[in-house]
Design a protein around this ligand. Structure first.
Ligand code: 2AM
Ligand code: CA
Length: 287
């Protein structure tokens, strides 16, 4: 399933432009990741909507740095902490969509499983993805229609094991595994959800990492067969959505409705087989 609605006009960005924009975005994310790994001062943590919805000066600093680096692309930025495009749900044209730190609670408390998630979206369709997992020294990238890749984020740094080698390695199309052959990643609130519980029982087990972009990447990279979340924002999902579509992973809302990264809502991603099985569980009356 495409991450967009139908009937869009032709992409307004040429292939050469996309390669150039990707290189610039990767440079910006690498520099911001180095800052986030070593901000050089104590973290200042504030709560936003609720006590576990956190922001630090590093979230804001990463957004500021990336915004500055991408300013002369002339493409507006929609970011979690400051830069907003008004009425983004209806926005047409190109936009950078940024979560400066996805998984801030992890960044503050476990110091792993956090990411910098940046996408270029054109008429609501992600066309470039740049997703950094700085602690794992891993960088995922994708170009719409051309594939997805993983490589070390920082050359020469330790911990690049999963990336394999020094250059980009293409992510293979996912094997279409059924639920019984893989793991389900689900937000803890869904453990109250009867249909999701049935899906978890059918699977090889449940995981929850607390950073939506990395959880989507985990399915795209073949580490889990399903990921389900009750509510996510555009910046949580824009980059991960392209990693999924480029590897054959299906994305919808939890009710099976089409997924549009411009709108907040639930998310169900999976291998085609496992995604269909979970939707089957969700469609049983009474859930
Ligand atoms: P964040 O760290 O950028 O806030 C945790 O389950 C995942 O859900 C993280 O990707 C987290 O992103 C996101 N998240 C946390 N609170 C959220 C909210 N109120 N709306 C949407 N996404 C949220
Ligand atoms: Ca965030």
């Amino acid at each position: 399933m495409s991450a967009s609605g139908g009937g869009r006009k032709a992409a307004s960005t040429s292939s050469a432009d996309l390669v150039d924009l990707l290189a610039r975005a990767v440079g910006a994310v690498r520099e911001a990741a180095a800052f986030a790994l070593d901000p050089g001062e104590e973290l200042r943590v504030e709560a936003k909507a609720h006590r576990n919805d956190l922001v630090t000066q590093v979230d804001r600093g990463v957004e500021e740095r990336i915004a500055r680096q991408l300013e002369d692309t002339g493409i507006p930025l929609h970011g979690e902490e400051k830069h907003r495009i008004e009425d983004f749900e209806a926005y047409r044209g190109r936009a950078w969509v940024l979560d400066p730190i996805d998984g801030t609670l992890n960044y503050v408390s476990t110091h792993r499983d956090w990411a910098i998630s940046l996408a270029l979206v054109d008429d609501g369709v992600p066309v470039l993805a740049i997703l950094a997992d700085p602690v794992a020294n891993r960088l995922y990238t994708a170009i719409r229609g051309r594939g997805a890749w993983v490589e070390p984020l920082m050359a020469g740094a330790a911990g690049a094991d999963g990336a394999g080698g020094v250059g980009p390695r293409a992510l293979e199309p996912v094997e279409d595994l059924p639920l019984s052959e893989g793991m389900v990643i689900a937000h803890y609130q869904l453990t109250q959800h009867a249909a999701i519980c049935r899906a978890i029982e059918t699977s090889r087990g449940m995981r929850c990492y607390g950073a939506a972009a990395l959880e989507m990447a985990e399915v795209a990279a073949g580490g889990a067969v399903v990921y389900a979340q009750p509510l996510l924002q555009p910046w949580d999902v824009a980059a991960g959505a392209l990693l999924c579509t480029e590897t054959g992973v299906v994305l919808t809302r939890m009710d099976g409705a089409p997924f549009d990264v411009r709108r907040a809502g639930s998310l169900l991603v999976g291998t085609p087989a496992a995604h269909a099985e979970v939707l089957g569980h969700l469609c049983v009356a009474g859930d």
